[in-house]
Design a protein around this ligand. Structure first.
Ligand code: GAL
Length: 445
């Protein structure tokens, strides 16, 4: 299966769940110019404006790796548009746990930033596009001839109603287990590929007084959902996992029960102070050797590198136990809100976000791979090259907590169920709540 075909599977998932049918086809490339009619009025289109002033770029990238990646893209922007000052409007909190609420308040008050970070797919389309708060960015794709350098499926995911609504900067992988190589070596362990191996390694580490799995869910339920989505995939496999998001897989089925039971068991192997730590503080436990492993998206790779570690030297990585061959994906993108104070500046920013130069500056530091098909592979480290290969060959599954699989309301409801579950570990109650979240989202009967 080619990369494009896999993207089309994701796209069709998004489209089916949105119920928008076959809309979103990319606009055709500009056609040949029609002969000029001498008596026609002068064209009303303005020549592209040279941006000046300042632009406010809103994101939640404040942790090690993600902040440096963003800064690298700012550098590309500054070199191209020296007249424009960037105001780096960040709201700390992994996965936008705080930023999304701040953004919502601003959008509703008619005070949008010039451009903001948003996950491609449901998070963007179901929220700000349906609320009519965004400008389409199809024209930016056309003017830059990007319709040919992004896989058609990527464009489909970003599209609704025949228009494209944001510019993707990357592809991230959710289902990765990271581990401290020295700790593993000292304890005679190899990277676990199955859940049985994971729990066996956990027992060995516990006996040695080392926390097996670092967890940092102070920023909210997204981190717990993040671990849980890997367990769901391990029990369901990719096809049935995708079915969770279009109503064809039963949330009341035995695989979901097993995933919840395993989550409850995993909680016996995590650091006691997990609710006081953020995702990157949990990653630091692995850096320090206080914990052996963490399950986190590959922005953790960006974090490890930001503190001076090298992939395959100090830290190793495998697909989350039981998920080899599948790639839980998400994509960060930037959009153009209606009423952006500096619209020309925002368009310039989006032009950098979608460019090869911008993506090849950002992603090697961020710990993600380019959304474009023509990234320069030689700029990416050994882990990121493996992610490129897996993305090109694996089954693709959309991420729940990172906006690809389900609407924001569904993510919130699943997160609320998870918060209760972490506190009481009541599998039956959590499964009922998860199943209800699908019904409430209008996807399950
Ligand atoms: C994800 C986002 C990543 C990274 C991570 C932690 O939702 O897609 O780019 O920022 O949150 O903050």
């Amino acid at each position: 299966m080619s990369r494009d075909v896999r993207w089309l599977i994701i796209a069709s998932l998004v489209v089916v769940a949105l119920g928008v049918g076959a809309c979103g086809a990319p606009a055709p490339p500009p056609t040949e110019e029609a002969p000029v009619v001498p008596t026609a009025p002068p064209p009303t289109e303005e020549a592209p404006a040279v941006p000046t002033g300042s632009i406010e770029i809103f994101s939640w990238w404040t942790a090690g790796g993600e902040a440096e990646g963003l800064a690298a893209m700012y550098d590309v922007f500054a070199a191209r548009y020296p007249e424009v000052e960037i105001i780096n409007a960040t709201v700390a909190g992994g996965a936008g746990s705080e930023a999304k609420a701040v953004l919502a308040t601003r959008m509703q008050a008619g005070d949008p930033p010039d451009s903001f970070q948003v996950h491609a797919g449901h998070e963007l389309i179901d929220t700000w596009v349906v609320a009519d708060k965004m400008e389409p960015v199809t024209f930016i794709f056309e003017e830059n001839n990007w319709l040919d350098v992004y896989p058609p499926g990527v464009i489909e995911v970003l599209s609704s109603g025949g228009d494209i609504w944001s510019v993707p900067v990357n592809i991230h992988r959710s289902n990765v287990l990271w581990y401290n190589k020295q700790v593993f070596e000292d304890n005679g362990l190899t990277a676990p590929t199955s859940l049985d191996e994971f729990f066996a390694a956990g027992d060995t580490l516990m006996a040695a007084g080392i926390t097996p799995l670092a967890l940092g869910d102070s920023g909210g339920a997204w981190v717990d959902l993040h671990v849980f989505e890997s367990l769901l995939l391990a029990h369901l496999g990719p096809e049935a996992d995708r079915g969770l998001w279009d109503g064809t897989t039963d949330w009341n089925g035995p695989e979901v029960t097993a995933a919840l039971e395993d989550f409850a068991r995993v909680m016996e192997y995590v650091n006691a102070d997990h609710s006081a730590l953020s995702w990157d503080q949990a990653a630091q436990l692995v850096v320090d050797g206080d914990a052996a492993m963490t399950i986190m998206g590959d922005w953790a790779e960006g974090y490890f590198k930001s503190v001076g570690l090298t992939p395959d030297v100090e830290f190793g990585y495998v697909p989350s136990p039981g998920t080899a061959g599948s790639f839980i994906m998400l994509s960060d993108s930037f959009g153009l809100p209606k009423g952006a104070p500096n619209r020309d500046g925002a368009i310039a920013w989006l032009t950098v976000c979608g460019s090869k130069e911008g993506q090849d500056a950002f992603n090697p530091i961020k710990g993600s791979i380019p959304a474009r098909t023509d990234g320069d592979r030689s700029l990416y480290d050994v882990y990121l090259q493996s992610a490129m290969d897996d993305f090109a060959s694996n089954e693709i599954v959309p991420s729940l907590p990172h906006g690809a699989a389900a609407s924001e309301g569904w993510v919130t409801a699943a997160g609320d169920a998870m918060t209760l579950f972490v506190a009481d570990l009541d599998v039956a109650a959590a499964q009922t709540a998860m199943a209800q979240a699908c019904v409430d989202a209008g996807v399950c009967q």
